[in-house]
Design a protein around this ligand. Structure first.
Ligand code: TTP
Ligand code: MG
Ligand code: MG
Length: 440
């Protein structure tokens, strides 16, 4: 067992992990300037880790000749940049930029096509190292995850901060790529922190400084506030988080609905979302078999709507969301058709499930008679990533707010209290013979 001063003000070295006896610019053992210190350093347990220039870092690892060259990964099917190494970024190359523009900005760049299989493998290697430290690892994308290290201090004989620095070091040594770590008391600020000092960063945001830290930041720092919602806020004269901090919750809710509530809390550094492990269920679906066979939209569409609502209710109840919508049809001659569409982001909303299902159903209404229809979602994740306000258009956003309001009524008065236009009165005469709900 290590005897450490554990003096947060003195911190520890990120290179050799040595605790520092007193505040100094360089490590007393190895001379490195990479010392982390923070008043709350040993009290914080929520981390966000994101790999630096991920695809590019993997390619550089595998081909040392690329080490000192500006590198762009991309040029696949869509002709855009997937990512660029930090040397190419200095020249202005960015993810999602058209390839020709990127090469205008940095003509000397080496271009490599993405090798997704390899990146998934590396992502999994990194993840399994995380999972050795805590069961509470919530992957967010191929190269990032949240970790909750509360309660691991005794096991690791180290406070979470030092365990994380050791992990970053291990990933560098054993996987051969670098990561940036954000440490805080909540997910929102951990994620913000991991972005502050990229690459090879380690940033800490404590409780005491959260409100001051956020004050000068742009509203886009808040998760889910992208270009479209930023423009809406700007029209109302709101550009910084500090302005949100001065607004009442009721005012924000009146103006922006549920998103307003999120803005109220996040702007004040209040985020109660927990770190969840990925859910083991793979899909949630609901289907129904009829007494008769139907070919017409008038019958099938309201049933699709009510099945979508059922799926949505189950997702919401379990705080889950799915990113792929799957439509299932069985024709009168027992042939099964499945059609699916992957959404840009996960959803738990009946409206989005239904509308996606409808777009999948329409081409199948070709006169074929169906004896079964089902709808479901797969690619399940926790719902805190679902339905970001920015990624759906304004009308969809209004419908989402209405749906949440209806949910609240259902919760208070029961499921039959409100019916939407699609199902109103139709539920009865098209009553299915058999309903099946499934969670696989
Ligand atoms: P990011 O973590 O957003 O970016 P990054 O790891 O390349 O760089 P950073 O150091 O800023 O974290 O995304 C991870 C990978 O996802 C990235 O390496 C490539 C891929 N990606 C795309 O294919 N298209 C995109 O628009 C973005 C943003 C990422
Ligand atoms: Mg990254
Ligand atoms: Mg990332």
């Amino acid at each position: 067992m290590e005897h450490a001063p554990n003096n947060p003000a003195a911190g520890f070295c990120r290179d050799c992990l040595e605790y520092q006896g007193q505040p100094s610019r360089r490590c007393r053992k190895c001379g490195s300037p990479r010392i982390v210190r923070h008043d709350e350093l040993y009290d914080l347990t929520v981390a966000h880790i994101d790999c630096d220039a991920f695809y590019a870092a993997v390619e550089k690892r595998d081909n040392p000749e690329l080490a000192d060259k500006p590198l762009i990964i991309g040029g696949g099917r869509r002709g855009v940049v997937s990512t660029a190494c930090y040397l190419a970024r200095i020249k202005g190359v960015r993810s999602a930029m058209p390839m020709f523009k990127a090469l205008e900005a940095c003509p000397e760049a080496v271009v490599v096509k993405p090798d997704m299989e390899k990146y998934s493998r590396v992502g999994r290697d990194v993840r399994s190292m995380m999972e050795e430290l805590t069961p509470l690892v919530q992957p967010i994308s191929i190269d990032e995850a949240f970790l909750d290290l509360s309660g691991t201090q005794t096991l690791h004989r180290n406070p979470p901060a030092r365990t994380l620095a050791a992990l970053a070091r291990r990933i560098e040594n054993e996987v051969g790529i670098t990561v940036s770590v954000g440490l805080s008391y909540c997910k929102f600020l951990a994620k913000v922190a991991s972005d502050l000092e990229k690459p090879r960063g380690f940033s800490v945001i404590g409780r005491a400084e959260a409100i001051d830290f956020l004050r000068e930041r742009p509203v886009t720092t808040i998760w889910g506030v992208g270009k479209a919602f930023e423009a809406t806020l700007k029209k109302d004269g709101v550009t910084t988080i500090g302005q949100l901090q001065t607004m009442e919750e009721s005012d924000l809710m009146r103006r922006y609905g549920l998103i307003g509530q999120r803005l109220f809390h996040l702007s004040r550094g209040q985020d109660s979302r927990q770190v969840h492990t990925r859910d083991s269920a793979k899909s949630v679906s609901s289907e129904t078999t009829f007494n008769h066979d139907y070919a017409d939209a008038e019958t099938l569409v309201p049933i699709l709507r009510s099945l979508s609502e059922k799926v949505s209710r189950r997702l919401k109840k379990n705080d889950m969301a799915g990113q792929t919508v799957v439509l299932k049809l069985k024709s009168a001659d027992f042939r099964i058709r499945t059609r699916n569409r992957r959404l840009d982001d996960p959803t738990c909303l009946a409206d989005r499930i239904f509308r996606t299902g409808l777009s999948l159903l329409s081409p199948e209404l070709d006169g074929t008679k169906y004896r079964l229809i089902g709808i479901g979602v797969s690619d399940l994740t926790q719902s805190d990533l679902a339905d970001p306000p920015d990624l759906i258009d304004e009308a969809a956003q209004r419908r989402a707010i209405a749906e949440r309001a209806i949910d609240r009524i259902h919760n208070r008065f029961g499921d039959n209290a409100v019916e939407t236009g699609y199902t109103f009165g139709k539920g009865r005469n098209a009553r299915p013979q058999r309903d099946n709900d499934a969670t696989d």
